[in-house]
Design a protein around this ligand. Structure first.
Ligand code: GNR
Ligand code: NI
Length: 168
């Protein structure tokens, strides 16, 4: 297995629209394994393929306390089943060091496929709901900073650009 490099805001590749997965082959399995390894190494609770510069519709999540409940969602979609919003202090491995409150629908029904291409559905609420919505946004080229004011987003952008110049 291997860890993959995570793209950071404002990298324009984070704005790409991901394409549906059509082949459930060993290459897909390897990508999923490497995404889990990357997510766990970075201490994230989720990772979308877009963040590792693979523009396919898949994401991995583990919101468990003991980091022993990996979940993979391929070609995911969701319906809002409770319009009520819940607020979370969101962070993102592609926006390192910044946490801001974002409101999203509280309860959703998610449809996706597993690593073998088998469809499944689940109802998500709490941090799982937030995380799935955050990850699906990545697949559509969207970041949590897009929900903030232009001023806040600009400040985050400037600080990250400065750090990226230092480490480049
Ligand atoms: O690790 C992560 N934590 C997190 C916290 C609140 C809301 C969403 C997230 S997802 C994030 C990992 C990440 O960037 N996934 O795309
Ligand atoms: Ni993210």
């Amino acid at each position: 297995m291997a860890t993959l490099a995570i793209l950071e805001f404002p990298d324009p590749r984070l704005r790409k629209q991901a394409a549906p997965v059509t082949q459930f082959d060993t290459a897909l399995g390897t990508l999923i394994d490497n995404m889990f390894e990357t997510m766990y190494a970075a201490q994230g609770i989720g990772l979308a393929a877009t963040q590792v510069d693979v523009h396919k519709r898949l994401l991995v999540i583990d919101v468990s306390e003991n980091k022993d409940s990996p979940q993979v969602f391929i070609n995911p979609s969701f319906e809002v089943i409770e319009e009520e919003l819940s607020e979370y202090d969101e962070g993102c491995l592609s926006v390192p060091g910044f946490y801001e409150t974002v409101s999203r629908p509280r309860k959703i029904k998610v449809k996706a496929m597993d690593r073998d291409g088998q469809p499944f559905e689940l109802i998500a609420e709490g941090i799982l709901s937030t995380c799935i919505q955050h990850e699906i946004d990545h697949l559509d080229g969207k970041l949590f900073v897009d929900y903030l004011s232009n001023l806040k987003r600009q400040r985050i952008r400037s600080k990250l650009e400065k750090e990226q110049r230092k480490s480049a």
